[in-house]
Design a protein around this ligand. Structure first.
Ligand code: MLT
Ligand code: ZN
Length: 466
């Protein structure tokens, strides 16, 4: 694709409908928009535009389509696959000012929001009206709902409640050519043609710019109990995961943490916690609408844990302890990433295959000599494998490690899984997509991309090559 760089005439056009403060050209500011939370990647854009109206997004897209200028949409920049990085330079289109909750509708258990609303802020607002929005990525305090839709983000509660995808009813989208469409309707059932709403969810900003989101809500389960179970063996912890569900319990979170992750997280946040209790942990939450429903679930979980050689079970009796345990879990990703240059893999397999996946990760780390920290959403079979460079040579890191990652992904496929559960493909997982997709998959996806975006201007070079 022959992309054009932005010129003074382009800037003059954008100035005709955007205020100066919503057009950023200053070098230091541009640098900030050239990074996200993925490794140490950096791609500086030529220009950042911050529209506030759907009509303005439409004007930008129509213009850029006509002039072949690359546009990369951006939420809060908390993504972990490089999805919002402007790899072909051009314009970063930030949705940060699309930050309003437009409507909360208790009679329909729905809300309509703009894409720049922060996930946790939205959760808190709907909870005030006794409603519940479950998807809760680790970055919930800073990530945006638009970014969550773009990646179908997950988080600990997916094991019971599903991912972002399961809560999106309808979207307003500006297509790469500038047209504005509704992808569906604000209804719980819709059997009307192809499901464009779900095509947009998880498309990582490559098919359109989301400007409005209709969200399905649930009644708020006001009671929960949290257990932290310590094991000597990580394999025992992994084997326990399907057994809990087989016992008829669907926890509202079922998370795995290895000892190193817990050590790093507690140390970084000066959390008092005896890290010698185990080599691996399961953080297990159950929720309910009444208090009486909690204990029977916990009793069953205790039975399963005991059959799987649990060493110690800590029950979080009060809010402070619950917050402490969640802080340990939620901080691991961020703390690990400060330790060294790293690569994070977002492996996912069928839940019952988790022990086999864990075993294989240990084998690869011994064979290829890399150090890694594993944690994640065990209940979904979704394990984050953070590989640390530490003292590995550049050759080992750049040449040998990709071979190990490929083997890891081949194993995921063999175990009924795939190469990303919730972080997306973006830029960094692109080289491995052929592990799970055949040429026909690429042809189908390229065809869809071409239909939406004939000039390939929207978030170019992401997920797959054209
Ligand atoms: C998590 O589960 O902690 C998140 O996906 C973030 C991360 O892995 O860095
Ligand atoms: Zn995660």
């Amino acid at each position: 694709m022959d992309y054009k760089t932005t010129k003074d005439s382009d800037l003059a056009y954008f100035k005709s409908f955007l205020t100066e403060s919503n057009i950023l050209t200053d070098k230091t500011t541009l640098e900030g928009y050239g990074k996200d939370h993925t490794e140490d990647l950096f791609f500086e854009p030529s220009l950042v535009l911050i529209p506030q109206l759907t009509q303005d997004v439409s004007k930008i897209m129509a213009y850029c389509h006509l002039h072949c200028i690359p546009v990369t949409p951006r939420g809060a920049g908390t993504g972990l696959s490089g999805g919002c990085l402007p790899v072909k330079k051009g314009i970063v289109l930030s949705l940060e000012k699309f930050n309003k909750i437009l409507k909360i509708d208790p009679s329909n258990y729905q809300a309509i929001v703009e894409p720049g609303v922060i996930n946790e802020h939205f959760q808190n607002e709907v909870q005030l009206q006794n409603m519940f929005y479950p998807p809760d990525p680790a970055s919930k305090g800073s990530c945006t709902l638009g970014g969550n839709v773009a990646h179908s983000s997950g988080g600990p509660r997916c094991v019971k409640y599903g991912t972002t995808r399961d809560y999106i009813l309808n979207l307003e989208v500006v297509l790469p050519t500038g047209e504005i469409i509704q992808t569906g309707a604000n209804v719980l059932k819709n059997s009307t043609g192809y499901n464009l709403t779900q095509l947009m969810v998880g498309s990582e900003g490559t098919l359109g710019i989301i400007t409005k989101i209709t969200i399905k809500l649930l009644p708020f389960p006001a009671y929960n109990t949290l257990l932290l179970a310590a094991f000597d063996s990580a394999l025992d912890a992994c084997k326990c995961v399907p057994a809990i569900l087989n016992a008829g319990i669907i926890p509202s979170a079922l998370e795995f943490m290895d000892k190193r992750g817990v050590e790093l997280s507690t140390k970084a946040h000066q959390i008092t916690f005896d890290t010698e209790q185990g080599n691996a942990y399961l953080l297990i939450e159950v929720d309910a609408f009444t208090n009486e429903n909690l204990m029977p679930q916990c009793e069953k979980i205790y039975e399963v844990l005991e059959k799987h050689n649990v060493k110690n079970i800590l029950l979080a009796e009060d809010t402070a302890t619950k917050e402490k345990f969640w802080k340990i879990r939620r901080s691991i990703g961020e703390v690990v990433k400060k330790l060294s240059i790293y690569k994070e893999e977002d492996t996912v397999v069928t839940r019952a295959n988790l022990p086999e996946l864990y075993d294989y990760i240990s084998y690869l780390s011994n064979t290829y000599g890399f150090d890694c920290i594993c944690y994640g959403h065990a209940g979904d079979g979704n394990l984050h494998v953070n590989i640390l460079k530490l003292k590995m040579s550049d050759d080992q890191w750049n040449i040998e490690l990709p071979k190990a990652i490929r083997l890891l992904f081949e194993k995921c496929k063999e175990l009924g899984g795939t190469i990303s559960g919730e972080h997306g493909i973006g830029l960094v997982q692109k080289p491995y997509l052929d592990v799970v997709f055949q040429p026909i998959h690429f042809q189908l996806m390229q065809g869809i991309k071409r239909t939406f975006d004939p000039h390939g201007i929207l978030n170019p070079d992401k997920i797959f090559n054209m």
